[in-house]
Structure formats: C-alpha cells, structure tokens
Design a protein around this ligand. Structure first.
Ligand code: FES
Length: 141
C-alpha cells in the first residue's frame, strides 16, 4: 500500500506536469512566470523546474481558487503567498521589487509583510514542503 507521500509523488506529479501551462504575466514593467494547475487533496503541486532559468518567483493559478498564489524561492524554502490584499480583498500584482495593490496602493514584501498601508495585516501564507528535490507542495489547509 502506498503512503500518502508516495501517492502524491507518483500519481499527482504526472497531473501537475500535464496541467502546468507556462506563460508570462506582463505588467508593471516586469514579467512573472504563470503556472496553471488544479488542487488535489487540498494541496497544489508545482515542479521545481518551474523555477528554471534563475527565476525566483512563479504565479500559481489554481482552478477553483479565487486568487492566485505567489510562490517565492527563498534560500532554503519557498514562500506561498495568497495574492489577495488584506485591506479590502482586491487581487495583487507582483513586480520585481514588491507586491502591489492597485486598488488603494498597499505594498507587500516577498515574505508577505506590509510595506505601505492602508493594509495593516500581512498576506496569508500557505505551508509548503519539497519532495525529492523536484516537487513543491503547497498545502491549502
Ligand atoms: S484593497 Fe488593497 S489597498 Fe485597499
């Protein structure tokens, strides 16, 4: 019998690979890789290869989720930030330097901390883990 981890690694990696569609988001003078996928068991799988070519962040668009997730490569882990402003819930746009809300001007850093109000609370962060150095799992719950 397969463990949950084995199931996710062998079964879902194929799904992630097939469903992932790469394209670039253009805006604010920068471009960020877009990865489209689905959820499975309240998790989202992103291949580490999405960060090829020196990319340090990827926007993950999950079917059925209201907001995109910004996956940011850090030294020894990945931050998964909900791109929903904590002020009044508008969608956020990542640029090369910060995350911007075009509704009222709040900005956030890549750890989700508020850089500029009116937002007062940091962005929601999802837990992540890396399996076999080739798959990033974002836990939605
Ligand atoms: S909703 Fe983002 S600053 Fe108001």
């Amino acid at each position: 019998m397969k463990s949950r981890r084995d199931f996710i690694r062998t079964g879902c990696m194929h799904c992630a690979g097939m469903l992932g569609i790469s394209m670039l988001l253009q805006g604010c003078g920068t471009s960020v890789q877009l990865f489209k996928t689905n959820t499975r068991n309240d998790s989202v799988l992103v291949p580490v290869s999405a960060f090829e070519d020196g990319k340090n962040m990827v926007v993950v668009r999950v079917s059925g989720l209201e907001n995109d997730i910004l996956l940011v490569k850090k030294e020894d882990h990945y931050n998964a930030l909900n791109l929903r402003c904590t002020h009044e819930g508008y969608g956020l746009t990542p640029t090369s330097k910060q995350i911007v809300c075009s509704a009222h001007g709040s900005t956030f850093d890549f750890d989700g901390n508020v850089l500029k109000e009116p937002a007062l609370k940091p962005l929601k962060k999802f837990n992540t883990e890396i399996i076999d150095n080739n798959t990033i799992i974002i836990h939605l719950t």
